[in-house]
Design a protein around this ligand. Structure first.
Ligand SMILES: Nc1ncnc2c1ncn2[C@@H]1O[C@H](COP(=O)(O)OP(=O)(O)OP(=O)(O)O)[C@@H](O)[C@H]1O
Length: 229
């Protein structure tokens, strides 16, 4: 379902060439919770952006649900995100003037779902992430953990089955972080493939597979402790 094969991405600045991702390999299937941890600057965001088609690799190949992301043009990559791959960031990127429900409806309207169905689907997604009954609130009326959940509901709206999360608990305390990883675990148990890039080692307790990034290289790590759920 997801295959990253020999992927590299370098950034050339005036003074140096940085290999943000070097010869990376990673495979995951439906229902798998993949945790990629690593120090700041190790290449996690770059890897996620490449999988999401927000950036392009200099070498290698990325297959998402059998689509070769590198062969798509910008429009096709945007469409792949709308229909297959949802992305969430640390700061959730919600539209502050829109309610939680309207934020989730947005990608559905872009792909042409009629408004009545879009509203129904948005409420279903919000219920799925534990926010039943809160769809009418603005982001400013929600806690950090709840806002992050709206971001996840929006990323999965439209039956997207691949979720990419960049530091999803970066702005949360440990109780809310645990709850969020627990939610991601639950979504994976329902068939979502999640790739979570994080500094937060707690993620490992919930993951099926664990990788560490070191200077752009992706290293497979074995699980040492039993999963928390
Ligand atoms: N547009 C760019 N131009 C030049 N260098 C870049 C660019 N984007 C990233 N880099 C460099 O690539 C390396 C990997 O960066 P990346 O943001 O992927 O790391 P990260 O692991 O996500 O870090 P953090 O945890 O701090 O977000 C870093 O050395 C960074 O400085």
């Amino acid at each position: 379902m997801l295959a990253v094969e020999g992927v590299s991405r370098r950034f050339v600045t005036r003074s140096e060439t940085v290999w943000a991702v070097r010869d990376a390999d990673l495979r995951a299937s439906a229902g798998e919770f993949v945790c990629v941890f690593g120090a700041s600057g190790s290449g996690k965001s770059t890897l996620l952006n490449l999988i999401a088609g927000l950036d392009q690799a200099d070498a290698g190949r990325i297959l998402v649900e059998s689509t070769d992301v590198g062969r798509l043009n910008e429009d096709q990559r945007a469409r792949l995100r709308l229909s297959n791959v949802g992305v969430v960031f640390q700061d959730h990127n919600l539209i502050e003037e829109f309610t939680a429900r309207e934020n989730v409806v947005l990608p559905l309207e872009v792909i042409g779902v009629p408004s009545v169905q879009a509203l129904e689907q948005a409420d279903q997604q919000l219920a799925r992430v534990g926010l039943e009954g809160l769809g009418g609130r603005l982001p400013s009326q929600l806690s950090g953990g709840q806002r992050q959940r709206v971001g996840i509901a929006r990323a999965l709206a439209g039956d997207r089955r691949v979720l990419l999360a960049d530091e999803p608990t970066g702005a949360l305390d440990s109780t809310n972080s645990r709850a969020l990883f627990g939610l991601l675990r639950q979504l994976c148990d329902q068939g979502t493939l999640a790739v979570v890039c994080t500094h937060d080692t707690m993620c490992r307790e919930y993951a099926d597979s664990v990788y560490e990034m070191v200077d752009g290289r992706v290293l497979r790590r074995e699980l040492t402790a039993e999963r928390a759920t």
